[in-house]
Design a protein around this ligand. Structure first.
Ligand SMILES: Cc1ncc(COP(=O)(O)O)c(C=O)c1O
Length: 396
């Protein structure tokens, strides 16, 4: 039989999706599952976006420009200005989700065997993107005890080698919900300038910031003009995960010229979805106010319930809609599978994401899970109660 590539074999399975077959079996057996494992928000997509697609007058669903429609990029630049991020339409390449922006960024700045330093736990698909690009992730461990704050900058510096090309942060963080402070960003800025590295920031959860905190973008750091690359997406901001629209933003012209070549090779981002994304920029502030209020309520309820379970430690998120919890179990992978295969409370169980897949260091986070609070408060309360009862029964 013809052989699969080494790279193909090395591609990691998604820790979020690998339990799906067990979930399907549980559903076939008649169990109801509360999904705490995936970041698919239950929030409604803004009507302006959906209406724009319904009202379109296209006769040919043609390719758009490789860098994305000009009208959309002009409006996007305007949106960024309102966020105190001063970029023009030419600093933006529209991509098929933030996922493709990450792939373009990796491809534009790193060669095979180059290294990128990332605080862990991190968004698990960074592992997939790095394998696909042939680059090596060098992790710096952040700790639940500090709510997953930026590890000391010396820890990053120790890891810099001649192969290091970039540092990547996710702000606010998936899976940690941590929001980096201006001081933390300034420390990172000084480090990347000192060692002439790129600083990539995945800011797809920018809007989801709680308790009066302010989101600071790496694009606001003047000194990072040539160093900063921002990854963005409409997926979470407007609950438009299926639109598949994101973007790569940088003031570094060479980065944009290079990323554009990757964009040209795949021809164009999706045309209909750009129409929806452009219209979504007219979403009224009241939509976000309501969404944020809902997430804050959910987070508070979730943390309160989790903290009431004996032996559970949880980091309080300041943003995004995830949290990492440490459980009184040895192996959260086994526990998550057991929940689906062998446990139910009145016919109901929960699906969680074992957190080990969000680390690239071996044997770290084995007793942690990531919880996405994308369910309404009633379901969330039920789900945590199931978790609580399951932990009483689980004996491994
Ligand atoms: C941190 C982070 N970055 C990027 C993405 C990619 O999202 P998309 O490709 O839908 O824009 C996600 C999706 O969950 C994410 O959580």
């Amino acid at each position: 039989m013809p052989k699969i590539s080494t790279k193909g074999l090395a591609m990691p399975e998604s820790p979020i999706r690998k339990l799906v077959p067990y979930a399907e079996k549980a559903i076939k057996k008649g169990k109801t599952i509360y999904h705490l494992n995936i970041g698919q928000p239950d929030i409604k997509t803004p009507l302006v976006a959906l209406e724009a697609v319904k009202r379109h007058s296209l006769e040919i669903l043609a390719y758009s420009r490789s860098e994305g429609s000009e009208a959309y990029r002009i409006k996007l630049a305007n949106y960024y200005k309102q966020k105190n991020i001063s970029v023009g339409p030419d600093d933006i390449i529209v991509t098929t989700g933030g996922s493709e922006a990450l792939l373009f960024a990796f491809g534009s700045i790193m060669d095979a065997d180059d290294e990128i330093i990332i605080p862990e736990p991190f968004y698990a698909n960074y592992n997939g993107f790095s394998t696909a690009s042939g680059v090596k992730i060098v992790p710096v461990i952040s700790k639940i005890e500090t709510n997953f704050a930026l590890p000391p900058i010396e820890e990053f510096e120790k890891l810099i080698t001649p192969k290091t090309k970039a540092i990547l942060i996710c702000n606010p963080g998936n899976p940690t919900g941590y929001l980096y402070s201006k001081e933390e960003l300034e420390k990172l800025a000084a480090l990347v300038i000192k060692h002439d590295l790129f600083l990539l920031a995945d800011e797809v959860y920018r809007e989801f910031v709680y308790d009066g905190h302010v989101h600071h973008s790496i694009m606001q750091e003047e000194a990072l003009h040539e160093h900063a690359i921002m990854i963005d997406s409409v997926s979470k901001r407007y609950s438009m995960c299926g639109a598949r629209v994101g973007c790569l933003v940088s003031r570094n012209k060479k980065v944009i010229q290079t990323a554009l070549k990757f964009a040209q090779a795949r021809l164009s981002p999706p045309t209909f979805a750009q129409i929806a994304s452009e219209a979504a920029l007219d979403t009224p502030q009241s939509y976000f106010d309501e969404v944020i209020e809902e997430y804050v309520d959910r987070r508070n309820k979730l943390i309160q319930e989790l903290e009431s379970i004996k032996g559970v430690k949880v980091a309080k998120p300041k943003g995004a809609f995830y949290c990492v919890a440490e459980l009184p179990v040895k192996n959260a992978d086994h526990f998550a599978q057991w929940l689906l295969e062998h446990f139910d409370l009145n016919g109901e169980t929960v699906m969680v994401a074992p957190a080990a897949g969000f680390y690239s260091s071996p044997n770290v986070g084995l007793n942690q899970i990531r919880i996405a609070y994308v369910l309404n408060k009633k379901s969330l309360k039920k789900a945590v109660n199931i978790l609580k009862e399951a932990l009483k029964t689980y004996k491994y």
